[in-house]
Design a protein around this ligand. Structure first.
Ligand code: SF4
Length: 443
């Protein structure tokens, strides 16, 4: 598990020779602790220290993957409590739960739309993570088999060791499900199962002390891949449990809690509460989230929330600058111009595309900024627009040269006319939603 800067410093030669390009060994140690430099930059570390320092390279939250037929959900590898400090790394997987006392047809009917669900969000495909199968007095093996008939998504298997074994027997060799859960009563049998099938194991406990004690016992069984499953089910209880465990892993280097977390919003039974819990779980440290209800609108909301939290706040989501053809434009159709911030691009493109209007869309290089931000930062002005229009040969696409500025940058129209004297420069609406009406009425 990760070491602190001071712990690392004690293992360094402490000669301050500067060959690592840092003024002191302590400065190097701090950077190493923050994972901003490679240990290899110091040529004088002893083999013994290097072996201990290898720990510093391991993430404080152990990465765990569950997978099936090439599809996988990864948890862990996180290094910060707050997204603005760096970034969150592993987007949580959303799992829809079925029960083994449901009929195979009902299971398939519930699972199929989950597996088929995919929606494009600013160029990213948003999909569900997988299916959870829970024992409830039915035929667990038959339930898993029914799920496998209609989807290849990864699985979470929830039940007693004997029930889970029935499910595991239905899976192929390349499938790694999550086994759920080891507790104070069954941990030895669950440990044996996890070892036999080389699968990660969820550990259920009601408080931090019990959780750490169970992890320690299971590590004694030569297991390493765990998911922490707090027993709490309320908003406050789950928030407190998740935050405490993650804080202890990241801030205290407490290795017994340095694992991804699973939450069960579906356990509350009420759909509205379930969604509230799921939203909290996405924001506060769950890697695997088990839901009982699935519908496209709720899934979209949760997945967009996830996408927004698990992108790098220092890296705007961008599209490639260039000329985009929307609805097969011809030489008589106009150019719209916008920036290469993904959300700006897709706002414009989606409005025009959905109305079936043919246009050319010139996307300038604004370093991923939205229109007003780019304009204020000097990344979206008449000179840049004209330069990109020429760079991408816009004039070769059309006979009737018309270019439409975003309404918020009307002030650029005079300068753009000077930069592009052959073009008719127009000012469009301020909001993307008004573009279709503008195109129909004004052009
Ligand atoms: Fe210290 Fe090694 Fe850097 Fe020299 S190269 S200053 S010994 S960390």
């Amino acid at each position: 598990m990760a070491l602190t800067g001071i712990q690392i410093y004690k293992l360094l030669p402490q000669t301050n020779c500067k060959e690592c390009d840092f003024p002191t060994c302590l400065a190097f140690a701090m950077k190493l602790a923050a994972k901003q430099v490679e240990l290899a930059k110091c040529p004088y570390v002893s083999d013994e220290s290097a072996a201990q320092l290898a720990e510093a390279a391991s993430p404080p939250v152990r990465p765990i993957t569950i997978k099936s037929n090439g599809q996988e959900v990864k948890g862990g590898n996180e290094v910060v409590l707050f997204r603005h400090n760096k970034r969150f790394v592993s987007p949580p997987g959303l799992f829809i739960r079925v029960y083994d006392d449901m009929s195979p047809d009902d299971i398939k009917a519930k699972v199929k739309p989950v597996g088929d669900y995919v929606v494009d969000y600013v160029g990213m495909d948003l999909t569900m993570g997988g299916i959870a199968v829970q024992a409830r007095g039915g035929d667990f093996g038959a339930a898993v088999a029914a799920v496998k008939e209609v989807t290849k998504l990864p699985l979470i298997l929830i039940g007693s060791p004997d029930e889970i074994k029935q499910g595991l027997d239905k899976l192929g060799k390349d499938e790694t499900p999550l086994l759920c859960s080891a507790n104070a009563d069954n941990w030895e049998a669950m440990a044996a199962l996890a070892k036999d099938f080389d699968a990660p194991l969820a550990i259920e406990a009601g408080n931090i002390d019990d959780m750490a004690a169970l992890v320690e016992k299971l590590e004694g069984k030569d297991l390493k891949d765990f998911i922490l499953a707090p027993k709490q089910r309320t908003l406050l209880g789950t928030l407190t449990a998740n935050t405490t465990m993650r804080r202890m892993a990241l801030k205290e280097n407490f290795s017994l809690l340095g694992f991804p977390i699973i939450n069960f919003p579906g356990d509350v039974g009420d759909k509205v509460k379930e969604v509230s819990l799921a939203m909290q779980a996405i924001g506060k440290y769950a890697s695997f989230i088990v839901l009982d209800h699935f519908d496209a609108a709720t899934a979209y909301s949760l997945l967009v929330l996830r996408a927004n939290l698990y992108t790098d706040p220092q890296e705007p989501i961008q599209v490639t600058p260039g000329i985009y053809e929307i609805n097969n434009p011809g030489p008589e159709d106009p150019f719209l111009v916008t920036t290469n911030f993904s959300i700006t691009y897709f706002s414009v493109a989606n409005e025009v595309e959905s109305m079936g209007l043919p246009i050319w869309l010139l996307v300038t290089d604004s370093e991923g900024m939205s229109v007003l931000t780019a304009w204020a930062a000097g990344k979206f002005d008449a000179e840049i627009i004209a330069k990109d229009a020429k760079r991408f040969k816009a004039d070769e696409k059309v006979k009737k040269k018309r270019i439409v500025l975003p309404g918020h940058t009307a002030v650029l129209s005079g300068e753009l006319e000077e930069e592009l004297p052959d073009w008719e420069v127009k000012v469009g609406p301020k909001e993307a939603v008004d573009i279709p009406a503008y195109l129909k009425e004004a052009l």
